[in-house]
Design a protein around this ligand. Sequence first.
Ligand code: SF4
Ligand code: SF4
Length: 296
Amino acid sequence: MSEKFDIPFKSSFVPAVLEPGAKIKFNCHKGISCFNACCKHADIQLTPYDILRLKDNLAISATAFLKNHTVPYEMDKDGIPGVKLRTDNDGACLFVTDEGCSVYKDRPTACRYYPIGHMAMREAGASDDEAHYFLIQEDHCKGHEEEREVAVDDYRKEQEVEIYDQINREWLQLMLKKKSAGPTIGRPSDTSLQFFFMCSYDVDRLRRFVLTDSFKASYDLDDKFYETVEKEDLALMQFGARLLKQVLFGDITIPVKENAAENRVEERKEILALRRKAEIEVHKQKQEQQMKDALS
Ligand code: SF4
Ligand code: SF4
């Protein structure tokens, strides 16, 4: 394997790697003595699909969700932006109630998987990535003392994580690609980091960007595509991952219009000429006013 696990939470425990087909001894239920203990120390990283589900659950925009319910963090040393669920000052998730999770049906991937950690890895030279799992055992979690045994695959089905993994797949591959490219890529520019944030997490801003005339002039996409992404967040989010792959890694899957680059240069020249003309006009008006003031 090429690297260590990234542990998605703060814990002093060394995770135990789970072999394919492994079973875990674990059960979590409302009557357990530690009920809600994990949510009172929440360090939950969010994926793009987590954000869509949660903002729909709360019936707010992605931009409002990001502003009010998340905190930013850097996912790697190059500053690739990630987002985590916001907590109160004691570290408790803002969604935890005495009755349990108030957004349970749309809870994030990390909450569904717990106490299983997971990550995709790619062997050197392999064309596909493989999922790897490990067990997180923390003192406060008494679920490990329960009698039930469950296979990892069955636990994933029970927690309905498969759809999350499937939808986030392209975005997760992008993260793997970034990691395997290593230091050759270096720290992306601030503009690229902002572009990454928008494409990954903020479908509202991404939609406005994709529907601009300059975007339409750059990419060869039909009306049906624009009708779909105007209405459907999921389609737009998945397009965002493709756009990132194309722009940041040159993985071309979105057709580019011929002469798009030249047209952009021409457009920019026209804009600069118009701006220059406007500045000269303002300067002239100021000078005239100064002369009038001097003569009065
Ligand atoms: S989202 Fe729900 S399950 Fe996840 S930490 Fe918050 S309260 Fe707990
Ligand atoms: S058993 Fe573990 S996962 Fe379930 S409520 Fe207790 S601490 Fe949380």
